[in-house]
Design a protein around this ligand. Structure first.
Ligand SMILES: C[S@@+](CC[C@H](N)C(=O)[O-])C[C@H]1O[C@@H](n2cnc3c(N)ncnc32)[C@H](O)[C@@H]1O
Length: 235
Protein backbone atom coordinates (compact mmCIF):
# COMPACT_ATOMS: atom_id res chain seq x y z
CA UNK A 1 0.00 0.00 0.00
CA UNK A 2 1.43 3.47 -0.86
CA UNK A 3 2.62 5.45 2.17
CA UNK A 4 1.76 9.16 2.29
CA UNK A 5 4.18 11.96 3.23
CA UNK A 6 2.24 12.37 6.49
CA UNK A 7 2.75 8.69 7.37
CA UNK A 8 6.47 9.01 6.58
CA UNK A 9 6.75 12.12 8.74
CA UNK A 10 5.06 10.30 11.63
CA UNK A 11 7.40 7.32 11.26
CA UNK A 12 10.55 9.46 11.34
CA UNK A 13 9.20 11.66 14.16
CA UNK A 14 8.75 8.54 16.29
CA UNK A 15 12.33 7.32 15.80
CA UNK A 16 14.17 10.68 15.55
CA UNK A 17 15.97 10.41 18.92
CA UNK A 18 17.33 6.95 18.20
CA UNK A 19 17.82 7.27 14.47
CA UNK A 20 21.60 7.82 14.47
CA UNK A 21 22.39 5.03 16.92
CA UNK A 22 20.15 2.52 15.15
CA UNK A 23 21.50 3.51 11.78
CA UNK A 24 25.03 2.69 12.90
CA UNK A 25 23.95 -0.65 14.38
CA UNK A 26 21.84 -1.71 11.41
CA UNK A 27 24.46 -0.82 8.80
CA UNK A 28 27.33 -2.05 11.05
CA UNK A 29 28.71 1.52 10.76
CA UNK A 30 29.45 1.04 7.07
CA UNK A 31 27.16 3.98 6.29
CA UNK A 32 29.95 6.36 7.32
CA UNK A 33 32.16 5.07 4.57
CA UNK A 34 29.28 5.32 2.08
CA UNK A 35 28.58 8.92 3.11
CA UNK A 36 32.25 9.95 2.73
CA UNK A 37 32.37 8.34 -0.69
CA UNK A 38 29.19 10.20 -1.69
CA UNK A 39 30.71 13.56 -0.81
CA UNK A 40 33.93 12.62 -2.62
CA UNK A 41 31.88 11.87 -5.75
CA UNK A 42 30.32 15.34 -5.55
CA UNK A 43 33.80 16.75 -6.28
CA UNK A 44 33.03 19.82 -4.16
CA UNK A 45 35.21 22.91 -4.21
CA UNK A 46 35.51 25.61 -1.55
CA UNK A 47 32.53 27.98 -1.33
CA UNK A 48 30.18 25.91 -3.49
CA UNK A 49 26.51 25.98 -2.53
CA UNK A 50 25.28 22.58 -1.38
CA UNK A 51 21.73 21.46 -0.62
CA UNK A 52 21.30 18.17 1.26
CA UNK A 53 17.77 16.81 0.82
CA UNK A 54 16.08 14.58 3.41
CA UNK A 55 18.90 15.75 5.67
CA UNK A 56 17.38 14.03 8.73
CA UNK A 57 19.71 14.51 11.69
CA UNK A 58 22.36 16.08 9.46
CA UNK A 59 24.78 13.20 8.94
CA UNK A 60 25.66 14.41 5.42
CA UNK A 61 25.82 18.07 6.50
CA UNK A 62 29.00 17.41 8.49
CA UNK A 63 30.86 16.07 5.45
CA UNK A 64 29.45 18.76 3.14
CA UNK A 65 30.48 21.61 5.48
CA UNK A 66 34.03 20.28 5.73
CA UNK A 67 34.21 20.04 1.92
CA UNK A 68 33.03 23.59 1.13
CA UNK A 69 34.76 25.31 4.04
CA UNK A 70 33.78 27.72 6.77
CA UNK A 71 32.61 30.67 4.66
CA UNK A 72 29.69 29.05 2.83
CA UNK A 73 26.37 27.96 4.29
CA UNK A 74 25.27 24.38 3.61
CA UNK A 75 21.49 23.96 3.52
CA UNK A 76 19.70 20.83 4.72
CA UNK A 77 16.00 20.21 4.11
CA UNK A 78 13.75 17.64 5.74
CA UNK A 79 10.02 17.22 6.16
CA UNK A 80 10.22 15.98 9.78
CA UNK A 81 10.70 18.66 12.43
CA UNK A 82 11.83 16.14 15.07
CA UNK A 83 14.72 14.93 12.86
CA UNK A 84 15.82 18.55 12.34
CA UNK A 85 15.70 19.22 16.08
CA UNK A 86 17.97 16.24 16.77
CA UNK A 87 20.22 17.49 13.96
CA UNK A 88 20.63 20.98 15.44
CA UNK A 89 21.51 19.49 18.85
CA UNK A 90 24.05 17.14 17.33
CA UNK A 91 25.77 19.48 14.86
CA UNK A 92 26.36 22.38 17.27
CA UNK A 93 29.69 21.09 18.53
CA UNK A 94 31.36 19.49 15.47
CA UNK A 95 30.28 22.35 13.22
CA UNK A 96 30.73 25.24 15.65
CA UNK A 97 32.94 27.09 13.14
CA UNK A 98 30.84 26.26 10.07
CA UNK A 99 27.69 27.71 8.55
CA UNK A 100 24.62 25.55 8.03
CA UNK A 101 20.85 25.76 8.18
CA UNK A 102 18.28 22.97 8.41
CA UNK A 103 14.93 23.86 6.88
CA UNK A 104 11.64 22.04 7.22
CA UNK A 105 10.22 21.40 3.77
CA UNK A 106 9.09 18.90 1.18
CA UNK A 107 11.43 17.67 -1.57
CA UNK A 108 8.43 17.51 -3.89
CA UNK A 109 7.92 21.29 -3.61
CA UNK A 110 11.35 22.74 -2.96
CA UNK A 111 11.22 26.29 -1.57
CA UNK A 112 14.17 27.49 -3.69
CA UNK A 113 14.59 29.39 -6.93
CA UNK A 114 15.70 27.68 -10.12
CA UNK A 115 19.45 27.02 -10.50
CA UNK A 116 20.21 28.00 -6.88
CA UNK A 117 22.75 25.26 -5.99
CA UNK A 118 26.06 23.90 -7.26
CA UNK A 119 25.44 20.46 -5.83
CA UNK A 120 22.50 18.53 -4.37
CA UNK A 121 22.87 15.43 -2.25
CA UNK A 122 20.17 13.06 -1.02
CA UNK A 123 21.09 10.16 1.24
CA UNK A 124 18.61 7.39 2.02
CA UNK A 125 15.83 9.78 1.02
CA UNK A 126 14.68 9.18 -2.55
CA UNK A 127 13.21 5.81 -1.63
CA UNK A 128 10.78 7.64 0.70
CA UNK A 129 9.30 9.83 -2.00
CA UNK A 130 5.74 8.97 -3.06
CA UNK A 131 6.67 10.46 -6.48
CA UNK A 132 10.34 9.73 -7.22
CA UNK A 133 10.33 11.30 -10.69
CA UNK A 134 8.94 14.55 -9.27
CA UNK A 135 11.73 14.52 -6.65
CA UNK A 136 14.39 14.07 -9.36
CA UNK A 137 12.92 16.89 -11.43
CA UNK A 138 12.68 19.26 -8.44
CA UNK A 139 16.36 18.53 -7.77
CA UNK A 140 17.09 19.26 -11.42
CA UNK A 141 15.19 22.55 -11.28
CA UNK A 142 17.10 24.01 -8.33
CA UNK A 143 20.50 22.80 -9.60
CA UNK A 144 22.54 25.26 -11.66
CA UNK A 145 23.57 24.21 -15.18
CA UNK A 146 26.81 22.25 -14.74
CA UNK A 147 25.83 21.32 -11.18
CA UNK A 148 25.76 17.76 -9.88
CA UNK A 149 23.03 15.69 -8.18
CA UNK A 150 24.25 12.75 -6.10
CA UNK A 151 22.00 10.14 -4.50
CA UNK A 152 23.09 7.57 -1.89
CA UNK A 153 20.50 4.86 -1.43
CA UNK A 154 20.08 1.31 -0.22
CA UNK A 155 19.77 -1.22 -2.99
CA UNK A 156 19.49 -4.93 -3.61
CA UNK A 157 22.60 -7.03 -4.03
CA UNK A 158 22.96 -9.03 -7.23
CA UNK A 159 25.57 -11.43 -5.77
CA UNK A 160 23.81 -14.87 -5.62
CA UNK A 161 25.05 -16.18 -2.21
CA UNK A 162 24.85 -12.80 -0.56
CA UNK A 163 21.31 -12.32 -1.84
CA UNK A 164 19.99 -15.02 0.52
CA UNK A 165 21.92 -13.71 3.54
CA UNK A 166 20.86 -10.18 2.71
CA UNK A 167 17.20 -11.15 2.33
CA UNK A 168 17.27 -12.93 5.67
CA UNK A 169 18.92 -9.94 7.35
CA UNK A 170 16.81 -7.31 5.68
CA UNK A 171 13.42 -8.99 5.82
CA UNK A 172 13.66 -10.58 9.27
CA UNK A 173 16.59 -9.54 11.45
CA UNK A 174 16.61 -5.82 10.66
CA UNK A 175 12.91 -5.16 11.39
CA UNK A 176 13.33 -7.10 14.66
CA UNK A 177 16.40 -5.12 15.82
CA UNK A 178 14.65 -1.93 14.70
CA UNK A 179 11.62 -2.87 16.78
CA UNK A 180 13.77 -3.63 19.85
CA UNK A 181 15.48 -0.26 19.51
CA UNK A 182 12.42 1.87 18.95
CA UNK A 183 9.40 -0.26 19.91
CA UNK A 184 8.06 0.95 16.60
CA UNK A 185 7.37 -2.13 14.52
CA UNK A 186 5.84 -0.16 11.65
CA UNK A 187 8.92 2.03 11.19
CA UNK A 188 11.23 -0.86 10.39
CA UNK A 189 8.65 -2.77 8.39
CA UNK A 190 8.39 0.42 6.37
CA UNK A 191 12.18 0.48 5.92
CA UNK A 192 12.13 -3.10 4.62
CA UNK A 193 9.18 -2.47 2.30
CA UNK A 194 10.57 0.79 0.94
CA UNK A 195 13.82 -0.92 -0.08
CA UNK A 196 12.09 -3.98 -1.52
CA UNK A 197 9.83 -1.77 -3.60
CA UNK A 198 12.57 0.60 -4.80
CA UNK A 199 14.07 0.85 -8.30
CA UNK A 200 17.02 -1.31 -9.31
CA UNK A 201 20.36 0.43 -9.95
CA UNK A 202 19.84 0.46 -13.71
CA UNK A 203 16.25 1.68 -13.36
CA UNK A 204 17.39 4.55 -11.14
CA UNK A 205 20.11 5.50 -13.63
CA UNK A 206 17.45 5.48 -16.38
CA UNK A 207 15.29 7.76 -14.18
CA UNK A 208 18.22 10.22 -13.92
CA UNK A 209 18.62 10.06 -17.72
CA UNK A 210 14.96 10.67 -18.45
CA UNK A 211 14.88 13.66 -16.08
CA UNK A 212 17.50 15.31 -18.30
CA UNK A 213 20.72 14.75 -16.35
CA UNK A 214 23.80 13.93 -18.41
CA UNK A 215 26.99 12.02 -17.55
CA UNK A 216 24.89 9.79 -15.32
CA UNK A 217 26.17 6.66 -13.66
CA UNK A 218 26.33 4.75 -10.40
CA UNK A 219 28.85 3.23 -8.03
CA UNK A 220 27.82 0.01 -6.36
CA UNK A 221 28.77 -0.20 -2.66
CA UNK A 222 29.48 -3.22 -0.41
CA UNK A 223 28.46 -5.96 -2.86
CA UNK A 224 25.58 -3.86 -4.11
CA UNK A 225 23.61 -3.39 -0.87
CA UNK A 226 23.83 0.35 -1.48
CA UNK A 227 24.65 2.54 -4.46
CA UNK A 228 25.53 6.12 -5.30
CA UNK A 229 23.85 7.49 -8.42
CA UNK A 230 24.90 10.77 -9.99
CA UNK A 231 24.19 13.08 -12.89
CA UNK A 232 25.02 16.59 -14.09
CA UNK A 233 22.57 19.24 -15.30
CA UNK A 234 23.62 20.16 -18.85
CA UNK A 235 25.04 23.66 -19.46
C1 LIG B 1 16.27 7.48 6.22
S1 LIG B 1 16.22 9.16 6.67
C2 LIG B 1 17.75 9.75 5.99
C3 LIG B 1 18.31 10.91 6.78
C4 LIG B 1 19.69 11.37 6.36
N1 LIG B 1 19.74 11.79 4.99
C5 LIG B 1 20.75 10.32 6.60
O1 LIG B 1 21.53 10.07 5.69
O2 LIG B 1 20.81 9.79 7.70
C6 LIG B 1 15.03 9.78 5.54
C7 LIG B 1 14.62 11.21 5.81
O3 LIG B 1 13.80 11.67 4.72
C8 LIG B 1 12.86 12.57 5.25
N2 LIG B 1 11.77 12.73 4.27
C9 LIG B 1 10.88 11.78 3.88
N3 LIG B 1 10.08 12.28 2.94
C10 LIG B 1 10.45 13.57 2.72
C11 LIG B 1 10.00 14.60 1.85
N4 LIG B 1 8.97 14.41 1.01
N5 LIG B 1 10.64 15.79 1.87
C12 LIG B 1 11.68 15.99 2.73
N6 LIG B 1 12.13 15.05 3.58
C13 LIG B 1 11.54 13.85 3.57
C14 LIG B 1 12.45 11.95 6.56
O4 LIG B 1 11.87 12.88 7.43
C15 LIG B 1 13.79 11.42 7.07
O5 LIG B 1 14.44 12.33 7.90
Amino acid sequence: MPVSSTDIQRIFASIANRYDALNSILTLNIDRRWRKKTIELCGLRKNQKVLDLCCGTGQMIIYACKAVGKDTKVIGLDITEEMIEVGYKKLGKPLSDYKYELIQGNVLELPFEDSAFDCITIAFGLRNMPDKMKALSEMYRVLRPGGKAVCLELSKTETPVLKNIYNLYFNNILPFIGYLGTRDKKAYEYLRDSVNGFMSKTQLKAAFDSTGYKDTGFVSLTCGVAAIHYGTKPI
